[in-house]
Design a binder for this molecule. Structure first.
Ligand code: NDP
Length: 444
């Protein structure tokens, strides 16, 4: 049995009931096999893989808060501090009823390689709660955030662990969390990213994941002698990543014809009117089906099915495992030639394998959505320097970062004889830097 298979079996045995974590580890280990086999003695001697798949620390805590009816509610809170070999733990907080330790471990594990790919000194972490902000009043969200931070504040810090937003955690939640951290510690420091512009936030952070996704997509298309202008694009989700991916794709001349939320999807053959989506999602916090009330020529369909819409390029930007094998087949049958992941692990393993076998272009999330965390790291830089860069400065750095990531993953794939396989390229390029740091720092 190979070293990677041994470690995978051990992960499954020692982490029962965490299928998403198993899936993420398997994908990474499978694609690292070429590198591991070539360096097996060195890595085995240091138990490098066994250490890599085990979080340095998991903090799990209770989050009690009082709802608007005066009833005490209790949620679960977590922070997974996965790997600090190349910098302080960095990764978002997710507030969603589906959150559990296994999902946060999968996200924290992916984050290690993604953060490494940005070229910036940030380690991997992730956290969150099974709290659902949907349908809660602002006061309830604040009460929850204050209670969550009361416990979390003991374990984070600007040079220690710097959380950010993720699903269910946007500007409002970051504000309440930051206010409570400051109140408890007395520190005005860059302990969270995604902050408001008047209190330490960075320009472009809101747009960064979506814009970054389109920048790296554009870099890949150019490398294959194509361009984004004139292409038809389907984007799933209608949250932060989906909205700004749509915005940048439209700016670069593509036509986005569909978006979705967890209830259903809209199809607008004329091209999505993003100001309407922004109003529904960012201002009214409504549902995507409300779009058709304002654009009667568009069609709303309840449920899944967005990937049956004909397009050239698919950008899954909602959540994990939202694009399965049947979806990938439908995309291919309709002429889609490129998939770039905005969400974390939105394609199932079977879907990814099929897409690659079919010779479609595929950018994995850990490379293509790294612009968000990369810009968060730029926010940390600005906080440390006590200054703010202009929109253009940050946007240019983001674009440069995404071009560099494309070059790194493309180069790693070539070096190991799998040209064009950006899944393997991303895992290898991300892993090499972390592995070097872990070996240099001894057994810890
Ligand atoms: P948001 O909460 O802003 O939006 C999430 C979107 O996905 C919403 O439209 C939501 O619909 C939809 N969605 C959530 N769960 C499901 C589901 N089970 N089925 C179908 N649709 C669903 O989150 P973000 O846009 O920030 O994040 C989206 C993805 O991108 C996540 O995988 C996240 O981890 C990843 N990501 C985000 C980054 C960021 O900077 N924000 C950085 C890197 C990755 P509804 O409103 O109905 O729930």
């Amino acid at each position: 049995m190979s070293y990677t298979e041994e470690v995978y079996d051990r992960v499954v045995a020692q982490n029962p009931n965490e299928p998403e974590f198993h899936q993420a580890v398997k994908e990474v280990l499978d694609s690292l096999k070429i590198v591991i086999d070539a360096n097996e003695e060195k890595y085995r001697a240091a138990s490098l893989l066994e250490r890599l798949v085990e979080p340095e620390r998991i903090i799990s805590f209770r989050v009690p808060w009082v709802d608007d009816n005066g009833k005490v509610q209790v949620n679960k809170g977590y922070r997974v501090q996965f790997n600090s070999a190349i910098g302080p733990y960095k990764g978002g907080l997710r507030f969603h009823p589906s959150v559990n330790q296994g999902i946060l471990k999968f996200l924290g594990f992916e984050q290690i390689f993604k953060n490494s790919l940005t070229g910036l000194p940030i380690g991997g972490g992730k956290g969150g709660s099974n709290f659902d902000p949907k349908g809660k009043s602002d006061r309830e969200v604040m009460a929850f955030c204050q209670s969550f931070m009361t416990e979390l504040s003991k374990y984070i810090g600007a040079d220690e662990d710097v959380p950010a937003g993720d699903i269910g955690v946007g500007g409002r939640e970051i504000g309440y969390l930051y206010g409570q951290y400051k109140r408890l510690t007395g520190l005005y420091e860059g302990v969270l990213t995604g902050k408001g512009l008047t209190w330490g936030g960075s320009l472009v952070r809101t747009q960064a994941t979506g814009y970054g996704l389109v920048y790296i997509l554009d870099a890949m298309l150019k490398d294959h002698n194509m361009e984004l202008a004139g292409k038809t694009v389907v984007v799933s989700g209608s949250g932060n990543v989906a909205i700004y991916a749509t915005e940048k794709a439209q700016q670069l001349g593509a036509k986005v014809v569909a978006m979705s939320d967890s209830n259903g999807y809209i199809y607008d053959p004329e091209g999505i009117k993003l100001d309407i989506v922004k109003d529904i999602k960012e201002v009214r916090r409504g549902r995507i089906k409300e779009y058709v009330q304002e654009v009667p020529s568009a069609v709303y369909t309840e449920g899944k099915g967005i990937w049956t819409i004909k397009c050239d390029i698919a950008l899954p930007c909602a959540t994990q495992n939202e694009l399965n094998l049947d979806d990938a087949k439908a995309l291919k049958a309709n002429g889609c030639f490129a998939v770039a992941e905005g969400a974390n692990m939105p394609s199932t393993r079977e879907a990814t394998d099929y897409i690659l076998e079919q010779g479609m272009l595929f950018l994995p999330g850990k490379a293509s959505n790294a612009g968000g965390v990369g810009t968060s790291a730029l926010e940390m830089c600005q906080n440390s320097m006590r200054l703010s860069w202009t929109f253009e400065e940050v946007d240019e750095k983001l674009q440069q970062m995404m071009n560099n990531i494309y070059e790194k993953i493309s180069d790693a794939a070539k070096r190991y004889g799998v040209e064009g396989n950006y899944v393997i390229g991303a895992n290898i390029a991300g892993f090499e830097k972390v592995a070097d740091a872990m070996l240099a720092q001894g057994i810890c």
